[in-house]
Design a protein around this ligand. Structure first.
Ligand SMILES: CC(C)(COP(=O)(O)OP(=O)(O)OC[C@H]1O[C@@H](n2cnc3c(N)ncnc32)[C@H](O)[C@@H]1OP(=O)(O)O)[C@@H](O)C(=O)NCCC(=O)NCCS
Length: 315
């Protein structure tokens, strides 16, 4: 598109000050920089606008539509905004994981990669009353629609203390140059009281049973890739955190290297979690609806005690 020349009256085209807010379509900033989780959240909400769940008899249809659409929402946005490529959103893959890999790479995935995606999506699918699931249930308890419940859950999963940990773990391990460097840098992080992403869990106390499974796949993928660094660094992180703080890897930590070895961009790690956890969220929404009472806890008041107020006439 030809550049529009801005000049003339009304200070058109002249700078009148500084601002870091930008939504006028300047390339490389503003709306084009969307966070992928915002894309997923908006995608869920928008689908709810196009195809509303008119009554609860349509709940399975709503959940299935979201399940089918999420990989395409994520990969279409990624390919178009990053590479300017408009992908075909259909494939003849018969699993969500295979379909996702096909859209991402534009080629038929290997059996091993299909299997890892299946395992990963199963590991992430459901996990009791975690923060995002509880958000979905609170929303469902008001008798709201499926799309609103899922949209709220995505917003909750977005935070680094929940679903965002796999991306943060990847960013961290990529900065380490060797297992020894990892241990040294992590010691500094602990000293500075920084949270180390991919470690610890709100409920598990000694291990996360999902870790051993995804760790084994990460090791296999490292061998397939001829990796001599990232997997060993990850193992060094695991050893160091256990030895120094008795903190263990949660499901997110080895997901980081496993996804990386399959060529998945880090930005898509948390949106993949959405594609999986959607099944758990939807099941919880359905369960909440079968035996519903609005979730409305109480709070312990810690504010000021009642104060004596002198009437204006008596002051
Ligand atoms: C998951 C998480 C939010 C659970 O929080 P929590 O229930 O408050 O954690 P715990 O009660 O087990 O914490 C015990 C202590 O270990 C510390 N700790 C827990 N996880 C830690 C981590 N990943 N890095 C450094 N220190 C950690 C806590 O700060 C706390 O220290 P304190 O007693 O000095 O305050 C927390 O472990 C965390 O932030 N992990 C990193 C994010 C992450 O991987 N999230 C994905 C979860 S599946």
């Amino acid at each position: 598109m030809a550049e529009k020349k801005l000049s003339g009256a009304g200070l058109r085209g002249q700078s009148a000050g500084d601002t870091s807010l930008c939504t006028v379509g300047k390339s490389g900033s503003g709306l084009t920089d969307a966070h992928p989780m915002d894309v997923m959240r908006t995608g869920a909400s928008f689908l709810g606008n196009l195809e509303p769940e008119n009554d609860f008899s349509e709940q399975n249809k709503a959940a299935n539509r979201l399940l089918a659409a999420f990989p395409a929402i994520m990969v279409y946005w990624y390919k178009f905004s990053h590479d300017g490529v408009e992908i075909d959103c259909t494939s003849d893959e018969d699993s969500i994981g295979g379909h996702f890999l096909r859209l991402l790479n534009g080629s038929t995935p290997s059996e091993q990669h299909r299997r890892v995606m299946d395992v990963s999506l199963i590991l992430y699918a459901e996990h009791e009353f975690n923060a995002s699931t509880f958000t979905a249930r609170v929303c469902a308890s008001t008798l709201s629609d499926m799309y609103s419940c899922i949209t709220g859950a995505i917003g909750t999963l977005r935070g680094p203390l929940h679903g965002g940990a796999n991306e943060a773990a990847m960013d961290m391990i990529q900065k380490f140059t060797s297992p020894a460097d990892a241990k040294e840098q992590m010691a500094g992080m602990l000293e500075r009281k920084e949270k180390i992403m991919g470690f610890g869990h709100a409920i598990y106390r000694t291990s996360d049973p999902r870790n051993v499974i995804i760790k084994a796949w990460s090791e296999k993928l490292a061998a397939e890739n001829g990796d001599t660094s990232l997997y060993d660094i990850s193992v060094a992180c695991e050893e160091f955190m256990w030895d120094s703080k008795k903190l263990f890897c949660n499901a997110d930590f080895f997901h980081a290297s496993a996804y990386h070895f399959m060529g998945i961009p880090t930005k898509l790690f948390t949106p993949i979690f959405v594609c999986s956890r959607l099944t758990g969220w939807a099941a919880h929404v359905m369960e909440q609806r079968t035996n519903n009472r609005i979730i409305r806890p109480s709070a312990d008041y810690t504010g000021a005690e009642p104060r004596k107020v002198v009437a204006i006439a008596d002051r």
